[in-house]
Ligand binder design. Structure first.
Ligand code: FAD
Length: 117
């Protein structure tokens, strides 16, 4: 049956926004526990995501591109590339990952990617 495309798109935008913001606030030098938490966060999101076809697709992407959790920068760029894989499949324009830190400035203080780490 035909899903509600408007609702599906709104859920997608909200989910991407949250996930990108999470990676851009992830510690620059994460502990093993923090790294495990981020990995679990993506795997659980891919299992629980309400849009079935999206969830299946996300699970396959996680297998092909395992989450990178070694640093804020690694995690942010990894998710940007995964999102670009989804963009490609949905015939959306590729996003320039150089814009991440300005696009997802949550107003919480420091510039997320402008670090020496
Ligand atoms: P979105 O892709 O939602 O992006 C929102 C904003 O994020 C963009 O306007 C841009 O400013 C920014 N952005 C774009 N690309 C990147 C990037 N690479 N890195 C950082 N920021 C970026 N929809 C389907 O119809 N079928 C699916 O199978 C499907 N699978 C999905 C799987 C997942 C895990 C998620 C979270 C969503 C999925 N969606 C799917 C929804 C889809 O990805 C879009 O969210 C939705 O179509 C709305 O698209 P949009 O053009 O508003 O931009």
């Amino acid at each position: 049956k035909l899903g509600n495309e408007t609702a599906k798109a709104a859920l997608g935008r909200a989910t991407w926004k949250l996930m990108h913001t999470v990676t851009l606030r992830f510690p620059e030098h994460p502990t093993a526990d923090e790294r495990e938490a981020l990995k679990s966060y993506f795997h659980l999101t891919s299992r629980l995501y309400p849009c079935g076809e999206c969830a299946t697709e996300f699970q396959q992407l996680l297998k092909k591109f395992p989450p990178q959790t070694s640093s804020r920068r690694a995690a942010s760029l990894w998710l940007c590339r995964v999102h670009n894989e989804v963009n490609l499949r949905l015939k959306k324009p590729e996003y320039d990952c150089a814009n991440l830190s300005t696009e997802y400035d949550c107003g919480c203080g420091d510039d997320p990617l402008n670090t020496t780490s």
